[in-house]
Design a protein around this ligand. Sequence first.
Ligand code: DC
Length: 235
Amino acid sequence: MAVEEVPVLTIDGPSGAGKGAVSAAVARALGWHALDSGAVYRSIALAALERAVAPEDESALVALARSVHLTFRAGADGIDVYLDDRDVGDSLRTEAVSVMASRVAAIPALRAALLELQRAYRRRPGLVADGRDMGTIVFPDAGLKVFLEASVEERAKRRYKQLKEKGESVMLSRLFRDMQARDRRDRERAVAPTVPATDAVVVDSTRLSLKEVVEHVVGLARQRFGELAPKETNQ
Ligand code: DC
């Protein structure tokens, strides 16, 4: 099977819509590989922070992106990320890494340098790729493109619950405002804005459970890919 024949399902959308959890579960149900492109940007950000590369130093960031080795492996609860063979899972979610990731993600040369790296995850039997520009830029020929949305209120509430469970004290109103601002920046940025591809299926998860969204997307995949998305590997 030539690489362009390897089926790809893309799941894009704003932060907090549940892309990560949905993608991991859909990849498991189909028995396909998973690419968490947010973790790619976060890993570059972490490497840059550790090596004291400034977010303004575009050429050093591009060189870094070309030299790091990233691996995703299915772990006990989700996908574990290895940066140069070191498990970096927890360090990718810190505030410092989130801020740096959103800065490096706005650099066109860095995004271009990461294209090949991301496309290299397209391997048999198939790939589920999640992020912001998977269906529009990285895999424009994907056989199924999903754009996962949820209202900003619902996304702020989900984030609030997650942070509370981790014992962090946060204000819902602050999360709501931050999320609105981030949405606007992501939608309106010049490079790879978070918008649905023209041929994407928009799925609104505001009133759906994770299980319902996963079942819906797996159903769409089975319709679209037929025997390439086999039933026997069901959850
Ligand atoms: O989805 P996330 O929060 O892990 O993404 C981390 C950062 O990377 C966030 O600022 C959005 C950005 N990103 C991007 O620009 N393009 C992608 N395909 C994935 C993430």
